[in-house]
Design a protein around this ligand. Structure first.
Ligand code: AP5
Length: 223
């Protein structure tokens, strides 16, 4: 495929990060996860991190003007010339329109939005058992446990509970998702870009569905 510009869309805990890591390895494309970028900025105490922290702690979205420029810069960078994988962006209609105009400005187009669909009940089960390391590698105590409890299989870092994986914050993140992000399902569907994946299956089965979707897109492009 000439260029692969992908968006991963879905509720918190749907598996965007889990699948994003796998896709990045399969496709060898740059992977930009806004949650990871913002958490790194908070850890490093940068201006971006200072602006984002209070929103993230509450489970609210950070303001559009704080995040749009961060992604526009990466999409326009030379590293992303052959494509990119976005996880967690866009999350509002304003962000989706900003992404469209940046991609258009570059004379390019989005290839597909992969919508990983799971229920609110499943989100709560997943986020309750999630463990992550400082490098953003993701595990689940029951569904995807690390080989040694508390230690990242990939980098050996300590696995911890994310600050925003507390029950009241999870509830707010789900509310924000339904109010502000879910309208993007219709936004991308209207543009013929939406590919819905059943996210309730195992991580391997979800990866297979995404691979099959991308293979179909490749065949359609070649036909
Ligand atoms: P972000 O980090 O993007 O959080 P999120 O969208 O809520 O998504 P998560 O990272 O919680 O979940 P995920 O879908 O990646 O699932 P995962 O693979 O980890 O954003 C955090 C915050 O930053 C936001 O609240 C906001 O404040 C701010 N922010 C970020 N982007 C923004 C933007 N564009 N605009 C404004 N604000 C923004 O999986 C979850 C768990 O389930 C794991 O334990 C995993 O092992 C397990 N799991 C995964 N797949 C499966 C499966 N198929 N079966 C069973 N378990 C599974």
């Amino acid at each position: 495929m000439s260029e692969l510009n992908l968006v991963l869309l879905g509720p918190p805990g749907s598996g965007k990060g889990t699948q994003g890591e796998r896709l990045q390895q399969d496709l060898e494309l740059p992977y930009y996860a806004t949650g990871d970028i913002l958490r790194a900025a908070v850890r490093e105490g940068t201006e971006l991190g200072r602006k984002a922290k209070e929103y993230m702690d509450r489970g609210d979205l950070v303001p559009d003007e704080v995040i749009v420029g961060v992604i526009a810069e990466r999409v326009a960078g030379s590293e992303a010339e052959d494509g990119f994988i976005l996880d967690g962006f866009p999350r509002t209609t304003v962000q989706a329109e900003a992404l469209d105009s940046e991609v258009n400005r570059l004379g390019r187009a989005l290839t597909a939005t992969i919508f990983i669909d799971v229920s609110d009940e499943e989100v709560v089960r997943r986020l309750g058992g999630r463990r992550t390391c400082a490098n953003g590698h993701i595990f689940h105590v029951e569904f995807d446990p690390p080989e040694r409890a508390g230690i990242c299989d990939v980098c050996g870092g300590e696995l911890v509970v994310r600050d925003d994986d507390k029950p009241d914050v999870i509830r707010n993140r789900l509310e924000r998702y339904h109010a502000e992000t879910e309208p993007l399902v219709a936004y991308y569907d209207e543009r013929g870009l939406l590919h819905r994946i059943d996210g309730s299956a195992t991580p391997d089965a979800v990866s297979e569905s995404i691979r099959a979707t991308l293979a179909t897109l490749r065949m359609e492009e070649e036909a």
